[in-house]
Design a protein around this ligand. Structure first.
Ligand code: COI
Length: 353
């Protein structure tokens, strides 16, 4: 295991220049699974270090991997370290592991060890509004073998990264491009699991969208090429005729923690929310006849991300006059206030570790 360079809190970055995913804290959690040694071994917190993998390590060939993303926030009191709905991330991790034939770690142990690591690295939690410590639990197949079968050895690890906004636009609206050229997932596939293959499948379309001046791709259903699914790094919401609509979870969409929180929170704030199939043609029509009021995405990394434009079949449509809409703004403000303990939490979602 080679040593990686240390990044000290405060000395190597400005909190308002953080961006996403380039800086890592000094420690990581590691826990090994070995079938022949009876399963999961004792977890260990170690210095952050490179992984040394044999070239035949199974994850490198067959993609047996699962990950999660959640955030730790500095609370109003100096001692507060706040996690947002970590139980949902851990439950989704277990479900993703089941889909990938990976033995999931015990959920209680996961929470306990993750909390221990975050507490150790508490000085790395940035304080500025819009920043947090991003937590990336990951599990990889580590057997050295070239036949296609589930691995008999795994490494579960957690790394931490102080982050700011995910998109370079920050909370400014993003532009999205609808693709019917590629598909991200289909029913019975991996679409609702948080695993590397889904992100690999999205890259080519994302590159083409970037070249055309768009931030992200809006994916359509693989079969009808009309029903809207998700953005790949976010779930998607439309405000039309004073109702918020989001695609229903039907096995191809990642069941986002922020998505679920937006649905509950928006209803609490008095906005009707419907989960149903929604087609791109319906959205185009609503954009053309003035019924479309707002589009925004939701995700752990992206939080709430307003959409100012979308392109479908070479036609560009502007949303909310190209500005951030009031519902996206309200949800962003209320959600981030709750996550950082600056607002009451009627749902009991915030966990102080
Ligand atoms: C997240 O929102 O946490 C994600 O995992 C999306 C992306 C950064 C992969």
């Amino acid at each position: 295991m080679g040593k990686v360079p240390r990044n000290r809190p405060g000395s190597q970055y400005d909190e308002d220049q953080l961006g996403f995913g380039d800086i890592f804290t000094e420690h990581m959690l590691q826990m090994v699974y070995s079938e022949e040694d009876g399963g999961w071994q004792t977890p260990e917190i170690t210095p952050l270090q490179n992984l040394v993998l044999h070239p035949a390590t199974m994850v490198l060939h067959y993609g047996q991997q699962v990950f999660e993303g959640l955030k730790a926030f500095a609370g109003p009191d100096e001692d507060d370290i706040l996690l947002f709905r970590p139980d949902m991330n851990i439950a989704r991790f277990t479900k993703s592991c089941d889909r990938l034939c990976i033995p999931a770690p015990d959920q209680g142990l996961f929470m306990e060890q993750m909390s221990k690591l975050i507490r150790l690295e508490r000085d790395w939690i940035p304080k500025q509004h819009g920043t947090s410590l991003y937590v990336r639990p990951t599990i990889i197949a580590t057997d050295t073998h070239l036949g296609v079968r589930p691995s008999r050895k795994y490494l579960f690890y957690i790394i931490l990264s102080p982050v700011g906004a995910y998109y370079p636009e920050g909370f400014e609206p993003v532009r999205i491009m609808v693709t019917d050229k590629y598909i991200r997932a289909c029913r019975g596939g991996l679409g609702e699991a948080k695993t590397m293959a889904n992100y690999a499948a999205s890259l080519l379309a994302a590159e083409e969208a970037h070249c055309a001046g768009f931030t992200q791709v809006l994916w359509l259903n693989a079969v009808d090429k009309l029903s809207i699914e998700e953005v790949g790094t976010m779930n998607i919401f439309f405000k039309m005729n004073n109702e918020i609509v989001t695609p229903a979870l039907e096995g191809t969409i990642l069941p986002g923690v922020t998505r679920d929180s937006v649905i509950h929170f928006a209803r609490e704030l008095g906005h009707p929310v419907v989960e149903r199939q929604v087609s791109i043609e319906e959205i185009v029509k609503a954009a053309e006849n003035g019924a479309l009021q707002e589009i925004f995405g939701s995700g752990t990394a992206a939080v709430i991300s307003p959409v100012s434009h979308f392109r479908y079949k070479d036609h560009d449509h502007m949303v909310a006059d190209g500005k951030t809409g009031p519902v996206a703004r309200q949800l962003f403000d209320e959600l981030t206030a709750m996550q950082t303990g600056r607002r009451s939490d009627p749902f009991g979602w915030v966990v102080n570790i």
